[in-house]
Design a protein around this ligand. Structure first.
Ligand SMILES: [Zn+2]
Length: 236
């Protein structure tokens, strides 16, 4: 029984290592995707800022063109004033010119605000560009590293699987069957018994069971978690 139990402990260790590798194989691709998505987001943000800047610049150009037009109109209007004969026409045009001057003030205010906004946007773009450029290399390196890691873990997993197959050849079929039945219900299927406790579920093991564990006449289960118990000492 001692050899049989030793084999199960060995198998359980291989399975624990396999599980760890499989969990890494599941989590790493997600980590790679997250890294790449973050990089894409930064680029997207940068492109957004550029669009905002282009819109602001276009708005400013349009206001500047309105301003030039208004100023030209006033020059012409003031010329016209000199030639007007009637009081009524004179005052009507004077009022129009005064309104146009107010519009000019307004346009100038708007252009100043747009100039500030453009400056802010340019600063934001330059910051964002530095960030994108700076993190592009880091991200690529990190992603490359994780892809390498993934490849290496996959190789380790294959090697471990092969090791498991070879290991199973030396284990009695009924023992494997028993082990698998437990493992389907609870993983790991084996639990170390130490200082009077089951190390997996922390249940106190009755002294009688401890004595049986020392004798190694049969496989003994933890009264609570039903895992196969073993004593390190008894297997030495
Ligand atoms: Zn237990």
């Amino acid at each position: 029984m001692k050899d049989k139990l030793k084999k199960l402990v060995g198998l359980s260790q291989i399975d624990a290592e396999l599980l760890e590798l499989e969990e890494l194989l599941l989590s790493l691709p997600q980590a790679i995707l997250t890294f790449e998505a973050e990089q894409k987001n930064r680029v997207h943000e940068f492109e957004n800022y550029k669009t905002i800047l282009a819109n602001l610049e276009s708005e400013k150009r349009s206001k500047e063109s309105d301003l030039t037009e208004k100023k030209d109109w006033i020059v012409k209007g003031e010329e016209k004033l000199k030639a007007i004969k009637t009081n009524k026409e004179y005052h009507a045009l004077l009022k129009e010119i005064s309104l146009a001057k107010k519009t000019i003030n307004l346009l100038e205010e708007q252009i100043t605000k747009l100039t500030d906004a453009i400056q802010n946007e340019q600063n934001r773009i330059s910051e964002s560009e530095n960030k994108v450029e700076g993190e592009k290399n880091t991200t690529s390196t990190e992603v490359e590293k994780m892809k390498e890691q993934l490849k290496s873990i996959e190789e380790k997993r294959q090697a471990k699987s092969l090791e498991r197959e070879q290991f199973l050849e030396g284990v009695e079929v009924t023992m494997i069957h028993h082990y698998n039945l437990i493992r389907q219900k609870i993983n790991p299927a084996l639990a170390l018994a130490k200082n009077g406790f089951c190390c997996e579920c922390n249940t106190k093991i009755p002294p009688q069971i401890f004595n049986d564990l020392h004798r190694l006449n049969s496989l003994i289960s933890c009264p609570r978690c039903r895992r196969i118990l073993y004593l390190e000492l008894a297997l030495d």
